[in-house]
Design a protein around this ligand. Structure first.
Ligand code: ACO
Length: 285
């Protein structure tokens, strides 16, 4: 692969070649689409994922974004040939641009994405794929999926922010074990270790993910965005800082919420007695 591949920028900022997207009743199903290469992440995927995220961000039809892989793979991680080997000879500026764009879609933008995000792990999930797996808000895996931090097997450490993602999500012991051994584990184990929210049989994966997306779509979208931002921020703060930040965030939420959800929810519970906040979302007319 020549420099030209690494230097490729989206000449037409679209997708469809290495990333596909299907919109279905508010859910954007986004698939890495190189099944014959186990959806290994090449520069094409980097540019196309950024393009699809740009588009979905401002598409009012998209309420939830699901990230998955075509065929029998979620993603075999970074493409050893088209990403790693090619960048060794690429011009530094092109290389930096590609790295920035990759970090953007895989975690920087993904963690702060304005729509709720679900990683649907349908099969092979290796190395670099852990970045966007962890950066998505929620994750559902097939019990049959195979995960691995394979970096140690070919003489590198899990870099980018893979190690950070893993130790931020799994226990220190589990993170250390899988980083050091490179052993694979299945979806059930990923769920036990809380790397994903839950694992279901592969033939139920899409239905379960759709059900979860529908639950999210029943909530106030503005408050949902505020809440997920607050979860990420609160992890990094002291208790005192968190108390102050969360009170300010809550005030901001009340002030800016176009639905005035808090008022509607209180009134439907206290005045109309038409719903139970403990058991579901308020009615959004
Ligand atoms: N980079 C580049 N090409 C890849 C990658 C990858 N990460 N993963 C798979 N491919 C390619 C193979 O080279 C092969 O290409 P070819 O048909 O042109 O020969 C094709 O995808 C199919 O791969 P197979 O190995 O034949 O598929 P199989 O189903 O037997 O095995 C598996 C799947 C286990 C995922 C295997 O492909 C593999 O080990 N891939 C590498 C996983 C890995 O270590 N990823 C990198 C992690 S490190 C990081 O991301 C920072």
């Amino acid at each position: 692969m020549s420099d030209a591949s690494v230097e490729r920028t989206p000449s037409s900022p679209g997708w469809g070649e290495t990333v596909t997207m299907t919109m279905e009743d508010g859910i954007a199903w986004v698939s890495l689409n190189r099944p014959s290469k186990r959806n290994a992440i090449n520069p094409g995927i980097v540019w196309e994922m950024n393009a699809v995220m740009d588009a979905l961000e401002e598409d009012d039809d998209c309420k939830v974004m699901v990230v998955t892989g075509s065929g029998d793979s979620f993603s075999a991680g970074m493409d050893l040939k088209e990403y790693f080997r090619a960048y060794e000879t690429a011009k530094p500026v092109a290389r930096e641009r590609l790295f920035r764009a990759n970090a953007a879609w895989q975690w920087r933008r993904m963690m702060a994405y304005p729509k709720p995000t679900i990683a649907m792990v349908n099969g092979w999930c290796f190395g670099g794929a852990f970045q966007f797996l962890v950066a998505c808000d929620l994750a559902i895996a097939a019990e049959e999926a195979t995960f691995g931090l394979s970096e140690i097997n070919w003489g590198i450490i899990p870099a980018g922010v893979v190690t950070k993602a893993v130790v931020d999500t799994m226990s220190l012991r589990d993170a250390m074990y899988y980083v050091m051994t490179g052993e694979t584990f299945d979806g059930k184990k990923a769920s036990e270790m809380r790397l994903v929210n839950e694992a279901v049989p592969l033939d139920r994966l899409k239905d379960r993910t759709r059900d979860l997306a529908r639950v999210l779509m029943g909530k106030n979208p503005f408050v949902l965005r505020q809440a997920k931002t607050a979860v990420r921020q609160a992890r990094e703060l002291t208790w005192e800082q968190a108390a102050d930040y969360l009170m300010a965030k809550s005030d901001q939420s009340d002030h800016r919420d176009p639905e005035r959800g808090r008022k509607a929810g209180m009134s439907q519970f206290l005045d109309d007695k038409s719903y139970r906040p403990g058991l579901g979302a308020y009615r959004r007319d």
